[in-house]
Design a protein around this ligand. Sequence first.
Ligand SMILES: *[C@@H]1O[C@H](CO)[C@@H](O)[C@H](O)[C@H]1NC(C)=O
Ligand SMILES: *[C@@H]1O[C@H](CO)[C@@H](O)[C@H](O)[C@H]1NC(C)=O
Length: 385
Amino acid sequence: MTKQRKCSVLGVAVVAAAVLLFFGSCGAAQAPPPAEEMQTFVRKFISWDDARLDGYSYDNGYGDEQQQGEARPSYGEAYYKGSRVIVVDQNGGGDSVTVQGAVDLVHEFNTQRVKIHILPGTYREKVVVPVTKPYVSLIGNESDVSKTVITWHNKASDLDSRGIELGTFKSASVTVLSDFFCATGITFENSVVAVPGGYGMQAVALRVAGDKAFFYRVKIKGSQDTLLDETGSHYYYQSHILGSIDFIFGRGRTLFQDCVVESTAENYGAIAAHHRDSAEEDTGFSFVGCLIRGTGKILLGRAWGNCSRVIYSYCHIDDVITPPGWSDWDKPDRQRTAVFGEYRCKGRGADTRRRVAWAKTHFTLQEVKPFLDLRFIDGHQWLRL
Ligand SMILES: *[C@@H]1O[C@H](CO)[C@@H](O)[C@H](O)[C@H]1NC(C)=O
Ligand SMILES: *[C@@H]1O[C@H](CO)[C@@H](O)[C@H](O)[C@H]1NC(C)=O
């Protein structure tokens, strides 16, 4: 049997297993239904179950579909509570020794959640989750995010194999292009440290360009341009983001809730550079209940595009903010159109008396309400947490 043939047989087995699960059939395995029919079972939401492997133990038994003592199926064909689980183990005991190797085992155009369980270790590699592979979860240990690290060290000025500069976007250590992505208990790192004023030092740790993504207890660590929240609706909950210059940037519509946002800047920098060109774009970065700390001094945000939108509500802000707070990116016209504001923040860095005059330091509850919870990202449509 050629390798390819073997793969396609395994593929059919997976579909059949999924069908059995959904119909609860106890008869003989039947032919998989046509693709159209499968569509009716596609879950267009993310739940806690997708972000976790509660009760799953890699050490004893491999999920509830396995009989005791039975050998674990190869090629990551194990199932646990109805989801396929692929194990990444640096030491060779899993389905793959690399994270990318596990992503490669996910079938294209999959319609079911696939959980990639990454065992503790530092994985030195670049990872891309392609647009053709939705419903992927990367799961480490939610109690200890430092145990499972994916790290690389490209910066924008590095050259590719053809001698062309990578640019910021392609510097990312981990790139997510697909929809309905989840990650829990993982550190995403770009280990390049920006030299202030240095050329091409942008070095992305995590780039999220898929729609509808959920991050729970992850750490995103870099220096300049750490998190490229490129496009789509995203939810970061109880996560930790570190950097110095524009370290959360992009065109996302994104809620950061109960997160730690940590400045590693020495003299200057900025937390958020949200990119929004017109008032019609339903995007923005909303920080709710976050802790802003670190070294400093940095700005809360810079206006990338005329209508950049960044709001901090109910945050605790340490003394790490440059008093003016916000920058128009040397484009005074943007002072009229940027939506930058703070609502009921506390801490020494939350003193708004010396903020730029054009920032919204006196939001009413009515004005700020659309940004305060999951409704901002239409979470009721795609999150069931
Ligand atoms: C996760 O990390 C915690 C804290 O270090 C540890 O007690 C626990 O055993 C870890 N869980 C697994 C499954 O490794
Ligand atoms: C931004 O605003 C300036 C000044 O009002 C205008 O000339 C420019 O076309 C705007 N840019 C976009 C992308 O709309």
